[in-house]
Design a protein around this ligand. Structure first.
Ligand SMILES: Nc1ncnc2c1ncn2[C@@H]1O[C@H](COP(=O)(O)OP(=O)(O)OP(=O)(O)O)[C@@H](O)[C@H]1O
Length: 742
């Protein structure tokens, strides 16, 4: 199969932007103002006749005009809910933008200032300064710290930093390190790739350098929580590298890796545990000698993602189980209302450190947008917007493959909306001769790490990933991020494109934009400097050729999928057989094992959220049947709902957690020594619970499988517009049924 690779190659593309055949514009390199002028003229007149994507120029006014003229703007189909969400986000962020001053990153409205003063500690006070001089001066002074030596860090840590070639602290590191060293609680935000991981690890390692040593002093003093296993592994690696000349020990606790060996490691009480919340809770409950009663520092990395992923209950349990006097640090490139709530509940007068909050993407990131054209042809059934979306989706594979064959050939991460789509595209890439790996939640942990490794090592040029990989992953040298489709939320977009242009490097994000994505596109443009935004046109004839050739490959893709299905069924049958044999052979031993308590299986979680939805719906109506939240803004509605739910759940949740912790303490073997009680801890509160009470608490869930493993792939379901993957479209062309996302 010979697919068009085009005359232009990467090098040419990257040399200059040029107007190619058919008015094609190749935007490459990191072009300057001249290019932008050419683009807007050309595109307004040509491919982007609808004026979706303003390049250069005044993005807002273009978009506003666009909105007025846009019939889709008032459509009220299924997607409205999500669009409204998007819009809500936009308006929230617009507010931020309007309230931010030009000069400083920390300027807020008077209301925000007052709220902050009541709740947050100021940076100067945290630094031990009593002066009321402006925060700005302090921030500037901190930013000016040009070396790690100025923080008076200990020698082994400085050597670790030097070994990583970290000579100058990044702005978020300059701001965070002194305050974290002072033991203050911190809420910190900075754009993707700005060095947040080291910003919390450096002060942690420095504080640990001064810990008491000796046999009985070996304690787990630090817990770092991350939303995904991959992020935990990455944080673990950075921590180990920074600590290589120190005596600090780390333990990685994530699902998918051997629980037994983690248990053994935890017994040695490593100073730092890096974990995903589910697996940490599994160990707290089931590893007899492990507890978090001695934790002095708790870090929640990518806190908003943890909440989105449904980890709120786990976080709450972990927070409750750590001593009140701990230092808590919360980091994320994007913040949400839920994070505010978490901060309120778990941090004490935290210092807010936000580096450049007006900016949502890295300084050297160029963002390109490619319009996806869908036909609204007469013969297709359904509403015109649904048809247009479907035909747009049919156009995407050819557009993507044209881009990858012709222009973006190396070190490209491609984000897609579903695991299934990632897999199908991977097969397709293979068939057209593009070396790709896939990364999503349907793979085993080993496969996931394997995919990452082969991408990092350059064995494959393309990584087809779901949003599992959109957060935090730090892969050196990623040149391009392609969004196969626009995600439903601005935050997700920001994290996705943040996989490139990291640590001050250049990078490019290319997003395929359909009609339904206009609102989010508008939000992105509002947050991006016009000079960094480009339109990209892919010649229609090239896309047409690729589309024809892909159509021929459809049956091959289906054949591969069918083969895989058979293979999977065989493996499953073999596994079942083996399990049965084992059960017969080792029955006595298996039956005598103590049952593990699981937090919640995925199934249980889904059931719980289904039930809560069912139970919740009638509560929205008051006695007169009117919506109690009518007239409230979305934000207020969310806050009010959360408060009401929280009040009900909190007492039941706390009681159960307390029971479990009490039983856990009881279970600890005496020879491990009595854990030193922190001041303020209530001894023997409500008497001691027996082991059986803990089992009763977790009993309903005992025996369930896979509770610690977190599936990922996007916290929220994709937009209804994209509810089917390309394999399911095209005149019912088969490819795995119709179990698309709802
Ligand atoms: N002081 C420094 N000097 C040079 N490079 C650094 C420094 N600090 C961090 N880096 C590098 O910057 C890159 C990004 O760091 P990190 O992954 O911590 O970013 P992040 O802000 O957590 O990003 P994200 O929001 O995407 O998780 C890493 O490759 C890291 O090695």
């Amino acid at each position: 199969m010979q697919l068009p690779r085009g005359e232009s190659d990467d090098e040419e593309d990257n040399e200059e932007d040029e107007v190619g055949q058919d008015g094609e514009l190749e935007f490459s390199g990191f072009a300057d103002e001249d290019d932008i002028d050419v683009q807007s003229e050309e595109e307004d007149a040509d491919e982007f006749g609808g004026g979706i994507v303003p390049a250069g120029g005044d993005a807002d006014s273009e978009e506003d005009k666009d909105d007025d003229e846009d019939p889709l703007g008032s459509s009220d189909d299924d997607e409205d809910d999500e669009d409204e969400d998007g819009e809500d986000d936009v308006s929230d962020q617009d507010d931020d933008v309007e309230s931010a001053s030009e000069a400083d990153s920390d300027h807020e409205t008077e209301v925000e200032k007052a709220r902050k003063a009541a709740f947050f500690a100021s940076e100067e006070t945290a630094n031990g300064k009593t002066s009321s001089s402006a925060t700005k001066d302090a921030a500037t002074a901190q930013d000016a710290l040009s070396s790690f030596q100025s923080f008076s860090l200990s020698r082994p840590l400085l050597r670790g930093l030097a070994a990583l070639s970290f000579s100058t602290p990044t702005p978020i590191q300059s701001r965070t390190i002194p305050i974290a060293l002072a033991g203050k609680d911190i809420v910190a935000g900075a754009v993707t790739g700005s060095g947040k991981t080291a910003a919390f690890l450096i002060p942690i390692l420095e504080r640990l350098a001064h810990r008491p040593r000796g046999g009985s002093e070996a304690k787990t003093r630090v817990v770092v929580l991350t939303p995904t296993r991959e992020l935990a592994v990455q944080c673990f690696n950075v921590g180990k590298a920074l600590a290589r000349y120190t005596d600090v020990r780390f333990c990685l606790c994530v699902g998918g890796l051997s629980s037994k060996s983690q248990e053994q490691e935890l017994k040695t009480r490593p100073e730092i545990v890096i974990a995903t919340p589910g697996r940490l809770i599994d160990h707290i409950r089931n590893s007899a000698s492990f507890g978090i009663d001695d934790v002095e520092i708790l870090v929640m990395d990518e806190a908003d993602r943890m909440l989105e992923e449904g980890f709120a209950a786990e976080l709450n349990e972990i927070i409750q189980a750590t001593p009140k006097g701990r230092q808590t640090m919360l980091f994320s490139a994007t913040m949400t209302d839920d994070v505010d709530e978490l901060v309120r509940l778990s941090l004490r007068r935290p210092v807010r450190l936000f580096v450049d909050p007006k900016r949502s993407t890295a300084t050297k990131l160029v963002q390109e947008f490619v319009r996806v054209r869908g036909a609204t042809g007469g013969e297709a059934e359904g509403s015109s917007s649904a048809v247009s979306r479907r035909t747009e989706d049919e156009a995407r594979p050819a557009l993507l493959i044209s881009l990858c064959l012709r222009t973006f050939r190396h070190q490209v991460i491609i984000f897609v909306r579903s695991k299934k789509l990632a897999h199908q595209l991977k097969i397709l890439f293979g068939l057209v001769g593009l070396a790709a790996a896939e990364l999503h939640g349907d793979l085993s942990q080993e496969q996931r790490l394997g995919s990452l490794q082969s991408f990092k090592e350059g064995k494959v040029d393309f990584l087809l990933a779901t949003d599992l990989a959109s957060r935090g992953l730090d892969i050196k040298g990623v040149q391009t991020v392609i969004n196969y489709d626009m995600p439903a939320q601005l935050e997700v977009y920001i994290h996705r494109v943040g996989r490139t242009a990291r640590a001050g490097k250049e990078g490019r994000a290319v997003t395929l934009v359909g009609e339904a994505d206009r609102r989010l596109l508008k939000a992105v443009l509002k947050k991006s400097p016009a000079s960094q935004v480009r339109h990209r046109l892919v010649p229609a004839d090239i896309v047409g050729q690729v589309r024809d050739q892909l159509a021929e490959l459809r049956s091959d893709v289906e054949a591969v999928l069918a083969e895989e299905k058979e293979e999977k069924a065989l493996q499953l049958a073999e596994r079942e057989l083996k399990r049965g044999e084992n059960l017969v052979e080792h029955r006595d031993e298996i039956m005598s094992r103590p049952k593990r308590t699981w937090f919640q299986t995925q199934q249980e979680k889904e059931e719980a959220s289904r039930l809560s939805l069912r139970d919740y719906a009638p509560q929205r109506k008051d006695a007169q049947g009117k919506d109690r939240f009518a007239g409230l803004s979305r934000r207020k509605k969310r806050t009010k709902m959360a408060r009401e739910e929280g009040a009900e759940d909190a007492s039941a949740g706390r009681a159960m957690a307390a029971q479990i912790r009490a039983a856990k303490r009881e279970e600890k073997p005496k020879e491990l020594g009595v854990v030193e009680r922190k001041k303020g801890k209530k001894e023997g509160k409500k008497g001691k619970k027996t082991k059986s009470s803990a089992q009763a608490a977790g009993g309903a869930k005992a025996g369930a499988v896979g509770g610690g493993a977190k599936k990922s792939g996007g916290a929220k379901k994709g937009k209804s517009a994209f509810s089917k993957d390309f394999g399911e479209r095209g005149g019912g062309g088969g490819g795995g049924g119709k179990k698309g996302r709802k």
